[in-house]
Ligand binder design. Structure first.
Ligand SMILES: [Zn+2]
Length: 151
């Protein structure tokens, strides 16, 4: 599968992924692929690695490769997760736009992050899916992995 994004430096949050062409709503942008690990296995991994693990189930994570691993969080994202590992456009995306998804749609553990995404919808502290307001869950409904909806 051909990635529709490239990794580039953002102005204020390290690396990010950017659309290399116009992307249509519901197009697959990239896939999270890599070795699958569980919590005991990554105990002792550097923070840089732990902070970039991609959740695919309860206590089940992918050490994802680029470009997917460089996808930043936004509280007002233009992409979401379908079938556990596919990053899919939630709306039309223009070439050159940064592509983001809402990390809470894959968080089931105690991991939290402060957010300064700048959106008027910013929740400031990003944590578990179960703690999301109902209207946020509904906004992401088609773009949330099934495993986490069952939490
Ligand atoms: Zn935010």
């Amino acid at each position: 599968m051909k990635d529709l994004v490239s990794v580039q430096r953002t102005s204020n949050k390290g690396l990010g992924i950017y659309a290399i062409r116009d992307i249509n709503k519901d197009e697959v942008i990239t896939e999270f692929t890599g070795p699958v690990v569980t919590i005991p296995e990554f105990d002792g991994f550097p923070d840089e690695v732990v902070n970039h693990l991609f959740n695919i189930g309860v206590d089940k994570y992918i050490m994802a490769r680029e470009p997917a691993v460089r996808t930043n969080h936004s509280c007002e994202p233009n992409a979401g997760i379908v079938k556990d590992v596919f990053l899919v456009a939630m709306r039309d995306i223009k070439a050159g736009e940064e592509v983001t998804f809402d990390y809470s749609t894959i968080i089931a553990d105690a991991w939290v992050m402060e957010c300064g995404c700048g959106s008027h919808l910013c929740r400031k502290t990003i944590g578990k899916y179960v703690d999301l307001p109902l209207e946020v869950k509904q906004r992401y409904l088609k773009y949330t992995p099934e495993w986490i909806k069952q939490q």
